[in-house]
Design a protein around this ligand. Sequence first.
Ligand code: ADP
Ligand code: MG
Length: 697
Amino acid sequence: MSTIPETFGSLVFDDKVMRSRLSGEVYHSLKETIRRGKRLDLSVANAVADAMCAWAVENGATHFTHWFQPLTGITAEKHESFLSPAPDGHVIMKFSGKELIQGEPDASSFPSGGLRATFEARGYTAWDPTSYAFIKEKTLCIPTAFCSYGGEALDKKTPLLRSMEALDRQALRVLRLFGNTEVQRVVTNVGPEQEYFLVDREMYLKRRDLVYTGRTLFGAKPPKGQELEDHYFGAIKPRVKAFMEELDEELWKLGVSAKTEHNEVAPGQHELAPIYTVANVAADQNQLTMEIMKKLARRHGLMCLLHEKPFALVNGSGKHNNWSMATDTGLNLLSPGDTPYENAQFLLFLVAVIKAVDEYQGLLRLSVATAGNDHRLGANEAPPAVISIFLGDELTAVLDAIETDSPYAGSEKRKLRLGADVLPRFNRDTTDRNRTSPFAFTGNKFEFRMVGSSDSISCANIMLNAAVAEALRQFADELEAAGEDFEDRLHALIRENIKAHKRILFNGNGYDESWIREATEERGLLNLRTTPEALQMALVPENMEMLQRHGIFTEAELLSRYEISMENYVRTVRIEALTMLDMARTEILPAVLRYTGELSRELNEKKKAAPALSFRAEGRLLEKLSALSDKIDLAIGALGEAIDSRADEDMTAQAFFIRDELLEKMAALRALCDEAETLTARNYWPFPSYGDLLFGA
Ligand code: ADP
Ligand code: MG
């Protein structure tokens, strides 16, 4: 058996492989491209393609694909074989630099929000050399960006790369002002913690709601929920363990440094955290991780649910996006330094994030808005839809002291002089206590906890990078103009920004009703509870201008994404509503009617056999269920009528209609069916109950 260090990354065309298989010259030019985003010339691409092909074939690959992330939210690939006819009639395995650099998938089936229609019908994929190629199911996968021929981004990677460049540009300006001439590049690092549920595959297949929508649309509360978890999941625990072991192995081979762990929150829920890496690579690896989770679960008789809210009444799943900025010289810009000067720099970057999150709350909220995530954010679950930042007591005290120019009550009581005093190290233990905060400082990084479990992390990081780039741009403008007065201006800038943006800081309990009131009424923070509202933030002029200023989205790209996101919302909920109708009509109502039929037949027989008795229990139950059946039938009718009643209006109107009316009708139908479930004999119920799903058969 080979050891983990041997197998780690064995299916990745990574630095080690490149070094051993490329000539020194080719290797260095490729590294330059990767490090500085330099253009790659075709002769280098040819050499890389040759080496990649040979390596991939040796490792069992027969095909290659440009692997990309269209706006559907999942990854796409179109496999092509390496086979190429040789002059002697045989075939050879071949792969050219051109095929490596650029591909042309049949793009017509991917959403473009009208972009391709207005410019050019085709789209092309372009190699992202900063994310390593890898082998998956005998296919060499080449991470690529996906654009239209007019240059518009049709994917999630392109704007992410642009946002990373924007942040790099502005952060470098700031670092230069601090006299740092060594740093060449500032990168954003991300470590996404992925939550997911595992359920038994047999049971899953019996529930059309899970099959069609990834979540349960019906299900009465079981007598036991997540409050107790003594021996939950006993039946499938060994399978879960085997799944996790294999998951780790597969991911390690693909160079994903995963650590799977049990998560004790809800029955059947687990978490996987990789070691952080550069944002675009983290985004690619997270997509890959989700794909492999789903594939492997099936192999173990399980199904992996990545939906944000597979079960009502049980905690949903999210993705904690751990985010930081670091230099190519290894300095984490969100880590307090050892010298007073580094501390001032740390504080400036910290304040930039605070300003960014406050000014662009709307964009951050928008970046995580999906129909699925609406069941977490804004429902009664962590985190709330209101964005605030948790800094912890220590750091809050430091900022307070700076803002009010008063003594810092840390260890010794004295005034904190920026550029002269050293800050205390902020201990992770004291910064990571608040689990309810949507955006928490955890010692040397921020953890953005609003991302949905099934969503790509790209959007969240695009908006975060963009907003921070904008704050840094404003700081750099001011400080560059300060000249000799750099130190004074720096101090003032930090102080002014703390004052201006401290409304976004909140260390308390984010679940509290009183916080939501305070946040919205006193502090004026946004509370965008649903996707249609959140998506409107893309149309706010200041937001659009900022994203365009940094070259992250063009106006056309923004508008197309707005359309696509609205459409996604509408389609998702519509499929849910149709699935509910289908289940209620063809499974639930027939089951209840069959049971009441049986009850009434029995009642008649009993009455015949014993006319003196009244059989009140049977009578009452029959009456209740019969009344419920009537109501269910009416609710089905109401939902069925509503579902397409606005289909000829624009997407925005449809989305708001869904939010305001359709979801209510769905909830009404569910409530009635769930009540019927509690009154119907178990063996009549047409699909596995919550108890079955969550606690095993
Ligand atoms: P643990 O839960 O083991 O204590 P953390 O909570 O520190 O680990 O880390 C959770 C996630 O945050 C991991 O994916 C980790 O790699 C990532 N992470 C740690 N440091 C950073 C950083 N500086 N920037 C971005 N992500 C980070
Ligand atoms: Mg954590």
